[in-house]
Design a binder for this molecule. Structure first.
Ligand SMILES: [Zn+2]
Length: 548
């Protein structure tokens, strides 16, 4: 590996070529620094796994050389994997106050709060971690306290933007610190590692203040119950909805656990101070319909969310129907379209009016548009542009934009080790990278045995046979065959399979019966044969032989 070579290098282990699961590594000399550690939500391509984390094996194997983990902001795709991956990394974690409040709750749930050393750095703070001289620069994003990170090293300066946008009037928190970015640019920047999510949108970003005006107009003209769904961590948006509700004389109720958690974290850090305390969902039915606004989780169609359950009329406290309105103050994250549409369909069926950002101006992105990114290059003036945090079409569009600004773009895949200095800036090596599935608290490799079996069961079903044998290996009683997800127990085909299997194990040669493994393998072959060609599938097959 290249770490013996010294110098400065960048290695993304997640977040390039796909959205989500950010895990970025920098190496100075022999010391590594991590920036962000997030989860991704599985799309339709991996139904066997719901939550994905970047495979941290490469850095876990070098954890004695890892000096710290910096969190740029409190979004799940930047902070969500810390509680799952930290036991493999065991390094100090650096956060702003708000990200710290969010992280402490997650670590508490994972029973790790006492183990993880958390250092809270003020927004815009300067601090040292190992050999890295670091500075946070506040940027606007759809969560409070997002920070870009400046890495000052003897080999040069790197600016790692994290997620950001330009908004002269973000309403919660300061605007992106343009002055400071320009000052860092004056120092001479080697590379800008920059968010690509929204770079395909031309022009400059729209402001949260414009959303607030539009939302206030919209809500003031409505009758019936109103529910607005947005990301819980978008504190500015939650404030926008609350202010719009207050202006219309409506009371605000929070519905959904993640909103309640984020409300606590936000108020703990001094946010939402101009907003009355929210009522809880148990109070919904005490408020007249025309005086109610609910802020509700479920904007991405998550099946267990409050909004999904309301759309099926299965929520214990809240129902919506004819004359009520649901406003989606959020975007559709790619991969979630079908789930979101299903919820919207169910709401429409109940007579609920659904308003999205297609019908009204109820959302702006938290990510930089092409105009914003162009301004960032004017401010920071790096020698090299490294687009990250986007799918390939975003990364290539970002690279083209950099080229127009006469800045050399470098496109990386997850796992590419980019030497930044000294010498030629180029990919010098590849680190193993990939995705792990978070499955009931365990991390499982996506291409490992457990999930391979899960995939096979999901599409081809599973057949399990068991039977008892005596000392000499002769079958006692009737074998049992079950095929959940494949055959009903009283299906005629189940009966046929069991009978054919019983006949087949009777004729297994005697010499195979004394050895458990050989007997089991022969019985598995017999079971596969008994399933026959009629099923036209090759299910996962297992046999239990019990010696009694
Ligand atoms: Zn973000």
């Amino acid at each position: 590996m290249t770490e013996q070579n010294g110098g400065l290098a960048f290695l993304p282990l997640g977040g390039t070529g796909e959205i989500g699961m950010n895990l970025n590594l920098y190496r100075l000399g022999e010391t590594w620094l991590a920036i962000d550690c997030g989860i991704g939500f599985s799309g339709n391509d991996t139904p066997e796994a719901e939550i994905l984390v970047p495979d941290p094996t490469f850095i876990a194997e070098r954890k004695d050389k890892l000096c710290g983990l910096i969190i740029t902001h409190a979004h799940e795709d930047h902070i969500g994997a810390v509680a799952h991956v930290w036991p493999l990394l065991q390094c100090p974690v650096y956060v702003t106050p708000f990200a710290g409040a969010v992280l402490r709750r997650k670590l508490g749930e994972a029973r790790l709060l006492q183990q993880v050393p958390i250092h809270v750095i003020p927004c815009g703070g300067r601090f040292e971690v190992g050999p890295f001289d670091l500075e946070f620069i506040p940027v606007t994003h759809s969560v409070p306290e997002a920070q870009s990170v400046v890495l000052r090293t003897p080999e040069g300066i790197v600016v790692h933007t994290g997620d950001w946008k330009l908004d002269p009037d973000p309403l919660v928190g300061p605007p992106t610190d343009i002055k400071r970015l320009k000052e860092v640019g004056d120092e001479g920047v080697l590379a800008l590692v920059c968010d690509s999510t929204n770079v395909m949108k031309p022009g400059a970003s729209q402001s949260e203040a414009e959303v607030r005006r539009s939302m206030t107009d919209l809500i003031s003209g409505m009758k019936g119950r109103i529910a607005v769904t947005c990301f819980a961590s978008n504190v500015a948006r939650v404030e926008t909805i609350a202010m719009a509700a207050q202006a219309a004389g409506r009371t605000v109720v929070l519905v959904g656990r993640s909103l309640r958690n984020l409300d606590v974290a936000a108020r703990e850090c001094g946010y939402l101070s101009g907003v009355l305390p929210f009522l809880s969902e148990q109070d919904v039915n005490d408020v007249p319909d025309n005086q109610l606004v609910m802020i509700i989780t479920g904007s991405q169609g998550e099946p267990r969310s409050a909004l999904s359950r309301i759309s099926l009329d299965m929520h214990p406290n809240v129902s919506l129907g004819e004359g009520d309105t649901v406003i989606y103050s959020s975007r559709m994250i790619p991969g979630n379209e079908r789930a979101i549409m299903a919820v919207q369909d169910n709401l429409s069926r109940r007579g609920v009016t659904v308003i999205t950002d297609r019908e009204a101006f109820v959302h702006v992105s938290g990510h930089a548009t092409a105009g914003d990114v162009s301004t960032m290059y004017d401010l920071v003036r790096p020698k090299y542009a490294v687009p990250v945090h986007g799918e390939w079409r975003h990364l290539t569009a970002h690279a083209a934009l950099a080229q127009e600004k006469h800045i050399a773009p470098i496109l990386l895949e997850d796992g590419d080790i980019l030497r930044l200095a000294p010498g030629k800036v180029e990919v010098v090596d590849t680190a193993p990278s990939g995705r792990l599935a978070l499955d009931a608290g365990r991390l499982l490799p996506m291409n490992g045995g457990v999930l391979a079996a899960r995939r096979k069961m999901l599409f081809n079903g599973v057949v399990i046979a068991s039977f008892a044998v005596d000392d000499e290996g002769f079958v006692i009683g009737e074998p049992k065959v079950s095929a959940p997800g494949l055959l009903d127990p009283d299906d005629l085909e189940s009966v046929r399979v069991r009978e054919e299997f019983a006949n087949a194990i009777d004729v297994i040669p005697d010499e195979l019966r004394s050895d458990d493994q050989a007997f089991r393998d022969a019985a598995k072959t017999a079971l596969r044969r008994a399933l026959g060609r009629k099923l036209q599938k090759r299910p996962l097959v297992d046999v239990h032989v019990l010696r009694v």
